[in-house]
Ligand binder design. Structure first.
Ligand SMILES: NCCCN[C@H]1CC[C@H](N)CC1
Length: 292
């Protein structure tokens, strides 16, 4: 068809590659931490790429941003204080703003260039930064969590890139220990948790660490995101000791959520049925991930 294509292959998914047809390159830069690219694709809208890895596309970002946000926040009664680790595109912030019980949102993003690029090319996501409850911290989340007060947050969402490069330390035990310390009793963590088709060893390691660190319940959930490797992405949900959290049956039904905020865009992926269904796991996963 004479059109240019970009191929996304990476040691994180050997032997395979995903490709998208390119209309035009909109931005190409190098921050202190990573290469940042935005391009207009033929069929998925604009695409944000960090170090050659697709972070989000306009067409399917809804699945990831809505699920990583509402799986934890709809599982606990009236969350008030939330922390986002990563998430510099603002997409998770714009989803959190739907919850009117929330009073304070901290976000710790290491790369200012991601924030600036999102404000220019993904304004519908970056609008999340305009919520007056949002407090932006540009820096290393490992350091931020080390200094975080004990028991400050009802929920923490780790919206990270793959654990290669800047996000490497975000899957190690010391970081999970600081997350648990920063959560209130009965607080919840939702961590991006890779692909059940490609990363069962990493998922097993993460769940094993979380079983040692979090004394509440631990569940793995997943969603379909066509432009992520293998077309799915996982979420690891943990709760600290305290009031038990039943992740599989949302207690903040989406109807209540919808009414709360006159939001620019309607939910495109998340609903109560998708919430519960996200925790249904294939048999091979239960066999391969011993820690489940
Ligand atoms: N905030 C945008 C999404 C970041 N998380 C993605 C998870 C899957 C990875 N392969 C790429 C980043």
């Amino acid at each position: 068809d004479g059109k240019k294509r970009v191929y996304f292959n990476n040691p994180m998914w050997p032997g395979e590659a995903h490709s998208l047809q390119v209309e035009s390159i909109l931005f190409k830069g190098k921050s202190e931490f990573q290469e940042v690219v935005v391009f207009e694709s033929t069929t998925y809208g604009k695409v944000l790429v960090l170090d050659g890895i697709v972070q989000l596309t306009e067409k399917d970002e809804c699945a990831y941003q809505e699920m990583i946000t509402h799986l934890p926040l709809c599982s606990i009664p009236s969350p008030k204080t939330v922390l986002v680790v990563g998430g510099g595109d603002g997409g998770v912030l714009s989803e959190i703003s739907r919850h009117n019980s929330i009073e304070h949102i901290d976000i710790c993003e290491i790369d200012q260039m991601v924030i600036d690029v999102s404000k220019e090319f993904f304004p519908d996501l970056a609008i999340g930064f305009e919520d007056p409850r949002v407090h932006l911290h540009v820096g290393d989340a490992v350091e931020f969590l080390r200094r975080a007060p004990r028991g400050k947050y009802d929920a923490i969402i780790v919206d990270s890139s793959d654990p290669v490069g800047p996000a490497q330390e975000l899957v190690e035990k010391p970081f999970f220990e600081t997350l648990a310390k920063a959560l209130k009793p009965g607080g919840v963590l939702c961590n991006m948790a890779e692909s059940m088709w490609l990363h069962t060893h990493l998922i097993d390691d993460m769940i094993s660490i979380c079983r040692e660190v979090f004394k509440g319940s631990i569940h793995y959930a997943w969603a379909s995101v066509p432009t992520y490797p293998s077309g799915v992405i996982g979420f690891l949900l943990c709760s600290t000791e305290g009031p038990p959290v039943d992740f599989k049956n949302p207690i903040n039904p989406i109807e209540k959520l919808e009414g709360a905020v006159k939001h620019k865009k309607d939910l495109k992926f998340y609903n109560s049925e998708m919430h519960s269904a996200a925790f249904a796991l294939p048999s091979f996963l239960r066999k391969e991930v011993k820690a489940l």
